[in-house]
Design a protein around this ligand. Structure first.
Ligand code: C2E
Ligand code: CA
Ligand code: CA
Ligand code: CA
Length: 273
């Protein structure tokens, strides 16, 4: 009826207003450098730190720390994601320079949105950073989701090949959650597979999740990939991964993402203990 129509319009107007407000807040946040780099350790089965994943946080002056789930989708649809990803990428290069003297083998993994990854401007920026920050390119890893590869296989393959020629590592993120055909794995120069948290969270209770995870680990090892389990929260999960010869784990059991300046303290205390 007329009333419902009115309410619908009012609702849409409110939503449009919210979007406009969010857009101007994001723009302002980018200008004011309110986005900061957090790092979460990736450890081997003995708990030694092998690398970190870069995770963005929005340090909002009124709302405090905001998690990326709340603003990444909006940034993707509003066209801000390239700017954010490049900012996080450069901040990760700076961290690599800081951490390398303390841990020469450390790898930092950076999430690159699929909308950004296949843009020429991204390759240009990556190349500029490699010139500007003289680190071993093999210390940098880019995390991309398999959705990207399924949506645009040929273009994705070309970009991955170019990035590999630069010496940078590639990880497939959230592995197992997309509707992927496994055949893409054998033709791509990928270094790492990350098992999504959905397969880890119900271990050891779920028999099927244990089976799926052990098969993914086996497959990854057969194909010579480093395999990382995400979202490890318990000792039982770690023991399961150890028994199945997983390479690395990441999750709250070891550490939550930490402000980037704390990474050096973490590495140093590991070296002493
Ligand atoms: P992701 O790449 O799958 O990152 C892993 C997420 O799992 C992170 O959430 C991390 O904090 C969380 N996590 C890690 N260990 C555990 C655990 O033991 N238990 C639980 N429950 N969660 C755990 P976060 O930081 O909120 O990031 C969410 C997503 O936002 C990321 O998922 C990634 O897709 C995206 N994201 C984060 N930073 C960036 C960025 O700089 N660029 C882009 N394009 N996306 C980003
Ligand atoms: Ca990731
Ligand atoms: Ca992931
Ligand atoms: Ca995820």
């Amino acid at each position: 009826g007329g009333n419902a129509h009115l309410m619908f319009n009012a609702h849409m107007a409110a939503e449009a207003h919210d979007n406009l407000y969010l857009e101007s807040e994001i723009r302002h946040g980018l200008e004011q450098s309110q986005f900061t780099l957090y790092l979460q350790p990736k450890v081997n089965m003995d708990g030694m730190t092998k690398g970190f994943e870069s995770l963005v946080r929005w340090d909002h002056p009124e709302r405090g720390i905001i998690s990326p789930a709340e603003f990444i989708p909006a940034m993707e649809s509003m066209g801000f994601i390239s700017q954010l990803d490049n900012w996080i990428l450069e901040a990760s290069f700076r961290q690599l320079k800081v951490l390398e003297p303390h841990h020469p083998e450390i790898v930092i993994s950076v999430n690159i949105s699929s909308t950004h990854f296949t843009k020429h401007s991204f390759l240009v920026f990556l190349n500029e950073c490699l010139q500007k920050y003289p680190i071993n390119p093999n210390r940098l890893e880019l995390e991309i989701t398999e959705t990207l590869l399924m949506e645009n296989m040929n273009e994705g393959r070309e970009v991955i090949n170019t990035i590999k020629q630069m010496g940078v590592r590639i990880a497939i993120d959230d592995f197992g959650t997309g509707y992927s055909s496994l055949s893409y794995l054998k033709n791509l120069p990928v270094d790492t597979l990350k098992i999504d948290r959905v397969f880890i969270k119900d271990i050891p209770d779920s028999e099927s999740d244990k089976q799926i995870s052990s098969v993914i680990i086996f497959l990854a090892k057969q194909l010579n990939f480093t395999v990382v389990a995400e979202g490890v929260e318990t000792l039982a999960q770690l023991n399961f991964l150890k028994d199945n010869h997983c390479d690395q784990a990441q999750g709250f059991y070891f550490s939550k993402p930490i402000a980037s300046h704390k990474a050096i303290i973490m590495l140093e205390s590991e070296r002493i203990n």
